[in-house]
Design a protein around this ligand. Structure first.
Ligand code: GDP
Ligand code: IMO
Ligand code: MG
Length: 425
């Protein structure tokens, strides 16, 4: 059973890209199964940094065919630009396959994402304004356009006219914006984008199943994370797809019986970008230090991330929701030089002590973290390559997280580069 799933266990930006790149060396296929260009996955190879958004992070490994699965929402202009950027740096992009069933992000989705966020005012979600929510909403409403429609101009135009009739009314009457031109959109998508994407469009579901039958190694790369999941995340402060391992099945067309390994990626502390509850958030010098040392600024929007201590309650819940088989802990090096470190092991709600994430969002907004304090380490970790080199307090921190979360940590990240990691026995 050759399928591995990589999922974010927190609120995103855990280092999924780096781990996917690392694992891709042993993979034949790397598949994105949800999300869109709201994702920003940074991979650093030989001092060169690559920011990937729609293309799976396996593209830098020569072996892997990279699949954009049916569960992804695709802005074709962005995908073409990303492919051209990679090609200009010598990356072979003929290995990119795009599911014909993936939905297209259309110009009105971008427009609607921007105006609806503005309209929400102080209740704004802090989306990436990439049209993700509106595109998934149209998918669910069954008025979405799909990648395969690019190959049938007549159907494309019919569907566009149906969708645009409603969108232009909303844009002009509700949001006081200018209506969009169907002719202009059709010209761009059919004349400019379709010929460039056509060679990549494929029946990815059957390609992946044939790969499974030939015992090929497949890795499913999640974007976003467990607590941004539309069902299991901190709704409404979530994205509009299912980044959890369950979503990996629907978004790739591979049934769960084939999943034999689910690797949860967890940052050694915690960050979040955009609005929503965050019990261990640090709005002080310690938080500033995590942001500065960890370079916690969004790859996609450049926004400053919010930072706080590791929340073991959250990751324990992620272990359940994704049936994690192991955890890769990233950015441990960012904690170098702290006298003491805190880990959240429970929450307090008035007199009540909670050992799980409360299902009621109002409770989660008001809980106070209960911390365990651990000794820090003064030695920089970034050059270490073996577990025995890790200073004892770092090892104790890792062991504490393992027992608090209940899942084995298999790998620890000690720097952004592909080779900066330590495998644990
Ligand atoms: P993703 O969205 O989960 O792929 O994560 P991002 O790429 O958005 O954010 C993670 C950031 O941390 C990137 O800039 C990575 O290069 C960097 N990174 C990944 N692992 C490590 C690590 O172990 N140590 C350090 N210092 N940086 C890391
Ligand atoms: P990667 O894959 C961190 C957040 C946004 C916002 C919410 C909804 O790099 O980990 P959306 O544009 O999806 O409708 O925004 O989700 N968000 C992310 N935060 N990392 C991401 O992706 C994210 N993708 C979306 O900031 O709060
Ligand atoms: Mg990211």
């Amino acid at each position: 059973m050759p399928v591995t799933v990589v999922v974010g266990t927190q609120w995103g930006d855990e280092g999924k890209g780096k781990l996917t790149d690392l694992m891709a060396a042993d993979c034949d296929y790397v598949v994105r199964y949800q999300g869109g260009h709201n994702a920003g996955h940074t991979v650093v190879v030989d001092g060169q940094s690559f920011a990937l958004s729609l293309i799976p992070s396996g593209i830098l490994s020569e072996r892997a065919t990279c699949v954009i699965g049916n569960g992804v929402v695709v802005e074709p202009g962005v995908l073409i630009e990303e492919m051209e950027r990679l090609a200009a740096r010598g990356v072979d992009i003929s290995r990119v396959l795009l599911s014909g069933s993936a939905h297209l992000i259309m110009p009105y989705h971008l427009e609607l994402d921007k105006v609806s966020e503005r309209y929400l005012g102080k209740n704004a979600l802090g989306t990436t304004k990439r049209g993700i929510g509106p595109a998934y909403a149209d998918k669910a409403s069954r008025i979405g356009l799909r990648v395969q429609d690019l190959l049938d101009p007549k159907i494309f135009r019919e569907k566009l006219d149906v969708a645009l009739r409603e969108k232009n009314l909303v844009l002009s009457k509700v949001y006081n914006r200018l209506p969009l031109s169907a002719d202009e959109i059709a010209r761009k998508y059919l004349d400019e984008y379709a010929p460039k994407l056509a060679p990549h469009i494929a029946d990815t579901v059957n390609i992946l199943h044939r790969a499974i039958e030939s015992d090929k190694e497949i890795l499913l790369e999640g974007a976003q994370a467990t607590f941004l999941d539309i069902d299991h995340g901190t709704y409404p402060f979530v994205t509009s797809s299912s980044p959890t391992a369950g979503g990996a099945s629907a978004g790739s067309g591979i049934g769960p019986r084939y999943f034999n390994r689910v690797v949860g990626i967890a940052k050694a502390y915690l960050t979040r970008v955009g609005a929503g509850p965050f019990p261990t958030e640090l709005k002080d010098e310690t938080g500033d230090r995590l942001i500065e040392v960890g370079h916690e600024f969004g790859t996609v929007t450049g926004r400053r991330r919010r930072a706080g201590w590791f929340d073991a309650v959250l990751v324990r819940q992620a272990a359940r929701l994704n049936s994690l088989s192991e955890i890769a802990l990233t950015k441990l090096d960012v904690l170098d030089g702290f006298e003491t470190l805190k880990v959240c092991i429970g929450y307090r709600d008035g007199d009540l002590v909670l050992d799980a994430v409360p299902y009621h969002q109002s409770v989660f907004h008001r809980v106070e973290p209960i911390y365990e304090e651990l000794e820090g380490w003064m030695t920089p970790l970034s050059s270490f390559t073996t577990a025995s080199q890790l200073p004892p307090p770092a090892r104790r921190y890792i062991e504490f997280l393992e027992s608090a979360v209940g899942v084995k940590i298999s790998t620890v990240g000690v720097g952004p580069s592909r080779d900066q990691f330590v495998r644990l026995p």
